[in-house]
Ligand binder design. Structure first.
Ligand SMILES: [Zn+2]
Length: 234
């Protein structure tokens, strides 16, 4: 992934979606490859330990993001990045800036130091003055409901790391018709992916194509091999 980055973003809408988008943007910002997913900067960004990704929040107990906080940010932004391509400032409560803070921040946006990027998060656009909004790339973040996970007995057994249930279910699969087994394997694969079981999904993913392409392999053989394969993961 290589994208042209703006120097200021305003993410509005769903806070959870905005927070994960902010992380993506921050990773892209510190990485010389625009978020290559492979370099030291990307890895540190993913682990939340990159020194050039700085979260700027309200002081404890304060209702507003004050001008003192913004002045601190402005001072820090004049100093070059420690390691990354840019310094990325994430303001998760940008909408809480009071008028003085917003004025100070606007001056910074008008003449941003080099190698700096800002990611502002607010529930509604209107929480920030038009003068700031007009200098940001605005992204509306929708709430993403988690995708449904299929109800599949082998999936449940694999997730529980229950070797006996896995074996029993594989024995049952031996008697499946070819197309029944195909749709079962597809469902299992989808479920594993959605549950983030990458290793298991990779193992399972090879069976449906084999079953589809080779008529001389039957359900019994596939189910038997699958059992052995999955047993290694238990
Ligand atoms: Zn990278």
């Amino acid at each position: 992934m290589c994208m042209r980055l703006g120097h200021a973003y305003l993410l509005v809408g769903d806070v959870q979606a905005a927070t994960s988008e902010a992380k993506e943007l921050a990773r892209a910002g510190v990485c010389a490859g625009g978020g290559c997913n492979a370099c030291k900067d990307c890895r540190k960004a993913d682990s939340g330990i990159h020194p050039d990704i700085i979260t700027v929040s309200k002081e404890d107990g304060k209702r507003e993001l004050t001008v003192d906080i913004i002045r601190g940010l402005i001072g820090d932004a004049q100093i070059l990045p420690n390691e990354g391509e840019r310094k990325v400032y994430i303001l998760p409560e940008a909408g809480a800036m009071n008028a003085n803070a917003a004025n100070a921040f606007l001056k910074l946006l008008e003449e941003p130091p080099s190698r700096v990027m800002f990611v502002l998060i607010a529930e509604r656009e209107k929480e920030l003055p038009q003068t700031i909004r007009s200098r940001c790339v605005i992204k509306h973040m929708a709430n993403i409901a988690p995708a449904a996970v299929p109800d599949n007995e082998l999936l449940t057994a694999v997730l529980r790391r229950d070797a006996i249930a896995v074996a029993a279910e594989c024995v049952r699969l031996e008697k499946f018709k070819r197309d029944e087994l195909l749709s079962y394997l597809t469902e299992l694969y989808t479920g594993l992916v959605r549950k983030g079981q990458v290793g298991a999904a990779q193992r399972v993913g090879v069976y449906a194509p084999r079953l589809r392409s080779r008529m001389n392999i039957g359900s019994a053989q596939i189910a038997g091999e699958l059992m052995v394969d999955l047993a290694e993961l238990m």
